[in-house]
Design a protein around this ligand. Structure first.
Ligand SMILES: [Zn+2]
Length: 355
């Protein structure tokens, strides 16, 4: 297995802590790598990052990848200095206890662990239960409420202290591939289009969106301000190739199988066709998923923007979604960039996805 070197733009994003509503570190990374390649670059009140290439182009293509991740938010400090929290995004409560966490505060980071009662101190019935959120806490080694509040404040956010690591070849694990890979893909697509020698008819607007995990909120407002003709959301999708995943229910997708292209009512049929044809032209393997409802991604907000936007969705196959140890094959990430570059370059003036 040859050594694989992951792109620094992606690894910097993976290192950035960006729970929904506190995406500061991810914004800085996006600014650093994408702004220099853009013709125009905007920040907005929702914390989105909006990079534009070829501003006079037609049609307007918006690419959206959310940069926020799951987190915890501090809600209460008890008299002994233990911190209580609520969850940001869809956590599996089984995964929360026993973790090292990093709290972002106004004065820098504070380390802690998520605590709960040890198994020896539980009765038979309690051992079978998943702890409620209020039955867990964060321990920062403080001895009193006063001492804790000198270091953290109510409303500070925390993320798991699980960093990116390659585990075999191009397969890596990280805390929030969901959806740093998407933010990377839309930003990197713009960077490569800016460097491409082929002529580009479309205006490309690559948005690193905020607050997807709590209801596609950044995509909702940025789709309004960008007012695109076409949009493609980039997110992660379940690789269903691991044990205990019923493919009769969840379809057939695998790690390393290439981008997952979605089809269903959330997806414009012309955009879907164009994505598939783009993949065929560059001989890129792709996989398919069908979703009978609005998807749980930014595509949901994009499609319903203003008078309706012709929307597509591509996903990076991922195992163990919303856990601190997600798994992705970075070759699938690179394939998504190649697919979007080809898709964008092929758009012609007046191509609006009407059907
Ligand atoms: Zn997610």
């Amino acid at each position: 297995m040859p050594n694989y070197t992951p792109p620094s733009f992606l690894t910097d994003l993976l290192r950035a802590r960006s729970p929904s509503g506190a995406e500061f570190e991810a914004q800085k990374v996006y600014d650093h790598y994408v702004k220099p390649a853009a013709d125009a670059y905007a920040k907005d009140a929702m914390g989105n990052r909006i990079a534009t290439l070829n501003p006079k182009g037609d049609p307007i293509l918006m690419l959206a990848g959310h940069m926020d991740e799951l987190g915890l938010i501090l809600t209460f400090v008890n008299k002994d200095g233990f911190l209580y929290f609520d969850t940001i995004g869809g956590h599996d409560r089984v995964m929360i206890p026993g973790r090292r966490v990093v709290i972002q505060t106004a004065r820098g980071t504070v380390k802690g662990v998520t605590g709960k009662r040890a198994i020896h101190l539980m009765d038979e019935a309690d051992r079978k239960k998943v702890p409620e959120i209020h039955e867990m806490w964060i321990d920062i080694g403080a001895r009193s409420k006063k001492e804790a509040l000198e270091r953290v404040a109510i409303g500070d956010t925390a993320t798991y202290d699980h960093e990116f690591e390659l585990i075999h070849g191009s397969v890596g694990t990280a805390r929030a591939f969901d959806n740093k890979v998407g933010a990377y893909i839309v930003g990197e697509t713009l960077v490569r289009l800016a460097a491409s020698k082929r002529s580009l008819a479309a205006r490309i607007v690559s948005v690193a969106t905020s607050q997807e995990e709590i209801g596609v909120r950044g995509a909702t407002t940025s789709a309004y301000s960008v007012a695109p003709h076409l949009a493609v959301a980039v997110d992660v999708g379940h690789a269903t190739d691991h044990p205990d995943c019923d493919q009769r229910k969840y379809g057939e997708t695998r790690l390393g199988g290439g981008p997952i292209i979605c089809r269903g009512p959330n997806i414009n049929p012309k955009v879907f066709d164009r994505l598939v044809k783009a993949a065929r032209r560059i001989k890129l393997p792709v996989q398919f998923e069908a979703d009978a409802r609005p998807t749980g991604t930014d595509a949901r907000a994009l499609q319903m923007g203003r008078g309706g936007v012709a929307t597509g969705l591509i996903s990076v196959p991922l195992r163990y979604m919303h856990t601190p140890s997600e798994i992705v094959d970075l070759e699938d990430v690179e394939a998504c960039v190649k697919l979007l570059v080809e898709f964008a370059l092929d758009l012609k003036k007046g191509d609006y996805g009407h059907w």
